[in-house]
Design a protein around this ligand. Structure first.
Ligand SMILES: Nc1ncnc2c1ncn2[C@@H]1O[C@H](COP(=O)(O)OP(=O)(O)O[C@H]2O[C@H](CO)[C@@H](O)[C@H](O)[C@H]2O)[C@@H](O)[C@H]1O
Length: 518
């Protein structure tokens, strides 16, 4: 039986090699520098979203920050689809390669730009696949029905960048993120390439499931459609392919890394994940947040402040109340900043809102997502004018203002791989109230840097809300907690060192001294 990971021999699964000659569309290629600018290992960070261009949630933020933090140790480049938002914001894109089509996956061009701070970005240029209205994944009508081709194309391009698609730069290691890139390790295996790969799970619940027919659309070997491969309960799963074929699997906190090996939290993948863990090939590396999250320098705030300057924080609270149309109040201000989806326990927060309001607190909400949650929140605001303010939509500037102005952040997620909102809140002196799960368990210390509760229920959250309101009434204690939360180190350096050590291992290279703190 084939074993997951690098040791797996892709016997019998070889695909025909690419026919580069068929790909030309007459465009001029612009070769990049043919010399290596650094001897550091070359890492391709492939992602379906990146905050520089387009994001729908936490993965986009990580993709904007982590590759930059990794540059201290590696020669890192990013690969992202050329969605309309990406192409429009890039200006001049140099064309570095033509990538041939394969089965129903269309050919496309590979563009390259450098960001203002010198990070190299490969952009997959295919108007047919990516030049659309909507989010990276769909529009008002739902998910795009060719997402298998769109992200099959992305995964295939990542594998091709490890196999010389760009003559000027070839990846020594692929770092893949979530299902949208997770076929890449399988493509490598099927083509007999030994380039190591790391797959990071940002959310196991999104698995990239498609009908069996996708196998043919992508031209994948029929042999791969089995339990030890890409098959998942009769469907084809991109994520499963990555979990099986990647050299190393990571997720974004240690607790979530343990949780996903259990039947309760493993979303049906727990058996495979237990195998990877037993082989020492599953690790949890906690996300960081970037340095711009600093209330001392944030230009978006009504008043900049630091720990101890609680008048400055109060000025932000006043601005948030005004912005959301709330009455003047000396009570606690609670906030929700979130995608409005089941995972985030929005229903539990709606329930706990009754306690918040009856105890003299107020609530502001910013986010968007499932229509029924948006409606329920709007209804709550209508029934409680001046006490509840809801903004359906998302803007990072406003999110920053809400973190700075609120006293508490509600985050009763049913599961949470890492969670970023609680880290932003802590940095801005807003104490998170969280379900003790995944990354929330690893970053919120109960009664020290926030409040946590064990059971994901309305009652569990309400009890924690009561404790928070009690702390709000005892200013010395409240301020000590704020101070501690604000001073925790949440930067990316620690994670970058951990990834560096993992890459070094995956590359089979002891590279002494490579992974050293700055
Ligand atoms: N409607 C919206 N549109 C755009 N941006 C919005 C948004 N609502 C919130 N955001 C922003 O995205 C962040 C959300 O990140 P989270 O990590 O909290 O959750 P998410 O589930 O998206 O990410 C997943 O990936 C991240 C990264 O690994 C893990 O931390 C997390 O646990 C996992 O569920 C917020 O801090 C906010 O800045």
């Amino acid at each position: 039986m084939p074993m997951p990971g690098l040791d797996h021999e892709a016997a019998g699964l070889a695909l025909p090699d690419l026919d580069r000659s068929s790909a030309s569309d007459g465009n001029e290629l612009v070769p990049g520098p043919t010399y290596r600018t650094s001897l550091a290992p070359r890492v391709l960070f492939a992602t379906p979203e990146m905050s520089d261009f387009v994001k729908t949630g936490g993965l986009g933020e990580v993709a904007g920050a982590l590759p930059r933090a990794l540059r201290r140790h590696h020669d890192v480049r990013v690969l992202i689809p050329g969605y309309r938002q990406v192409v429009e914001s890039c200006g001049d894109i140099a064309l570095v390669a033509h990538l041939p089509g394969f089965a129903d996956v269309p050919p496309c061009n590979l563009g390259f730009v450098e960001t203002a701070d010198g990070l190299g970005i490969y952009i997959l240029l295919s108007a047919e696949l990516y030049d659309r209205d909507g989010s990276p994944y769909g529009n008002a009508a739902g998910d795009f029905d060719d997402n298998d081709l769109r992200f099959g194309r992305l995964s295939l391009a990542a594998a091709e960048l490890a196999r010389g698609a760009d003559p000027a730069w070839s990846a020594d290691l692929l770092h893949l993120n979530d299902w949208q890139t997770a076929l890449a390790p399988a493509y490598l295996a099927w083509r007999g390439a030994r380039t190591p790969s790391v797959l990071t799970i940002h959310n196991l619940a999104y698995q990239g499931l498609f009908p069996h027919e996708t196998l043919h659309r992508l031209g994948l070997p029929e042999d791969a459609f089995r339990v030890d491969g890409v098959e998942f309960y009769g469907q084809l799963s991109f994520l499963k392919a990555g979990l099986f074929y990647a050299s190393q699997v990571t997720t974004v906190s240690e607790t979530y890394a343990r949780e996903i090996t259990t039947p309760e939290s493993g979303c049906g993948m727990d058996g495979l994940l237990r195998t990877r863990a037993a082989q020492g090939q599953l690790a949890g590396i906690l996300n960081g947040i970037d340095e711009s999250w600093d209330p001392r320098v944030d230009p978006h705030l009504a008043a900049r402040f630091e720990a101890g300057d609680w008048k400055g924080k109060a000025a932000n609270a006043e601005a948030v109340r005004q912005g959301f149309g709330l009455a003047v109040s000396r009570g606690p201000l609670f906030a929700i900043v979130s995608r409005l989806v089941h995972q985030k326990g929005i229903d539990l927060s709606l329930d706990a809102a009754r306690t918040i309001l009856s105890e003299g607190g107020q609530l502001v909400v910013m986010g968007q997502g499932e229509g029924h949650f948006e409606e329920a929140l709007r209804g709550l605001a209508e029934r409680n004018p001046g006490q509840v303010g809801v903004h359906i939509g998302f803007s990072e500037e406003n999110a920053r203002r809400v973190f700075a102005g609120s006293d508490f952040l509600l985050m009763p997620s049913r599961f949470e791989p890492c969670g970023l909102a609680q880290l932003y809140a802590q940095r801005f002196g807003s104490l998170p109230i969280v379900h003790r799960t995944g990354g929330l368990a690893d970053t919120v210390e109960d009664e020290v840097t926030g409040f946590s509760f064990a059971e994901a229920s309305a009652n569990g959250l309400t009890q924690a809300v009561r404790r928070a309101i009690d702390a709000f009434g005892r200013k010395k204690r409240l301020n000590a907690m704020r101070q501690t939360a604000m001073s925790r180190d949440r930067g990316w350096n620690g994670a970058a060192l951990d990834y560096c050590a993992l890459y070094t291992r995956a590359l089979g290279n002891s590279a002494p001294g490579r992974c050293q703190a700055a």
